[in-house]
Design a protein around this ligand. Structure first.
Ligand code: IPM
Ligand code: MN
Length: 358
């Protein structure tokens, strides 16, 4: 089996973490007897300054034939305003209909977290973030922004098709998890008490799709209460479905349950496999740490695990998961965010060594 993987390291620390992701990918390929051909694309802020575009005009056509994409991290405010640089990421998510943003929240043994209720037993759920529309529709307008009567409009767009498909994905995932011993429940993260059109519609479609899955328990949490319950009782959750913005916010909180941004990974999934899916750490690009070999590459390595799982290399994916767990449980190699002094490279090498052992 051969896979073509596009690597877009992006900005800031993107290069360093992508190298560790690639190191582990190559080691897994060697060990499990498949081939992973990687191609790197220098798209991002530097390219924007040089050529006026973050990626080439036909960037999506270039990426389309790949089996999957690994994205490091984008953005460097010193060079390009964030709302411009981040279109690189958002255009790929939307252009490739990666409408399900899969963000597992899991705490591995040996990882420190500032949240007292978080233990490896209590933190084990998945957030599905709607990834193509909602509050991120990217439409709106400025009206006389410099005048006293001026205003801005930012549209939230919730289409029936867009909402149904992410609900279906979430309930299907809950079915699979239930078969594997989980609770079998989808929590609807909403705010329909205040957002009386968009979220009322969202709730209605949640209920319609829930009715197609009588064996899956339903559950509802207003997003403000959701943040409280995630800290108070993380063990309650199994699958959480959230709109684009709410999913963005609660997964940053989720990252603290799992030990910090250095460990939080995500997959931007096109379930129909009509386009490549994209895997990425959910953290930012931390430009101030660029080139210093200090950031934690585990979120990137975890993204590679998710990628291989999605591509059908489950054994390799599980082995990467086990290698990450072994390194964390041993605790000898710890990056700064985990209270140690190991570098980005040392952590990548430690996971690779654990993967290749026996
Ligand atoms: C994320 C990030 C992005 C988002 C930013 C970088 C546009 O915060 O992936 O969670 O808001 O989706
Ligand atoms: Mn975010």
């Amino acid at each position: 089996m051969e896979y073509r993987i596009a690597i877009i390291p992006g900005d800031g620390v993107g290069d360093e973490i992508s190298k560790e992701a690639e190191r582990v990918l190559n080691a897994a390929a060697d060990k499990f007897g498949f081939k992973a051909t990687t191609e790197w694309f220098d798209w991002g802020c530097d390219r924007y300054l040089e050529k006026g575009r973050l990626m080439p005009k036909d960037g999506l056509d270039i990426l389309k034939p790949f089996d999957a994409i690994f994205l490091g991290c984008v953005g460097d405010e010193r060079k390009v305003p964030d709302h411009i640089s981040l279109t690189l990421l958002l255009d790929i998510r939307k252009g490739f209909k990666q409408y399900a943003n899969l963000r597992p929240i899991r705490l591995y043994p040996g990882v420190p977290t500032p949240i007292r209720t978080a233990t490896p037993e209590t933190v084990d759920f998945v957030v599905i973030r709607e990834n193509n529309e909602g509050e991120y529709s990217g439409t709106g307008a400025f009206f006389r922004p410099d005048e006293p009567e001026g205003f801005a409009i930012q549209n939230s767009i919730f289409s029936r098709a867009g909402t149904e498909r992410v609900m279906r994905y979430s309930f299907d995932l809950a079915e699979k998890r239930k078969a594997a011993g989980y609770k079998g429940m989808v929590t609807n993260c909403t705010k329909s008490n205040a957002l009386n059109y968009s979220m009322v519609f969202w709730d209605k479609i949640y209920a319609e799709v829930a009715a197609e899955h009588p064996d899956i328990a339903t559950d509802k949490a207003l997003v403000d209460a959701m943040t409280m319950w995630m800290v108070k009782k993380p063990e309650w959750f199994d699958v959480v479905v959230a709109s684009n913005l709410f999913g963005d916010i609660i997964t940053d909180l989720g990252s603290m349950l799992q030990g910090g941004m250095g460990l939080a990974a995500g997959g931007n999934i096109n379930p129909e496999r009509e386009f490549p899916s994209m895997f990425e750490p959910i953290h930012g690009s931390a430009p101030k740490y660029q080139g210093q070999n200090v950031v934690n590459p585990l979120a990137s390595i975890e993204s590679v695990r998710m990628m291989l799982d999605f591509l059908g290399q489950e054994a390799a994916a599980d082995a990467i998961g086990d290698a990450i767990k072994a390194v964390l449980a041993k605790g000898e190699v710890r990056t700064r965010d985990l209270g140690g002094s190991a570098g980005t490279r040392e952590m990548g090498e430690a996971v690779t060594a654990a993967l290749l052992k026996d």
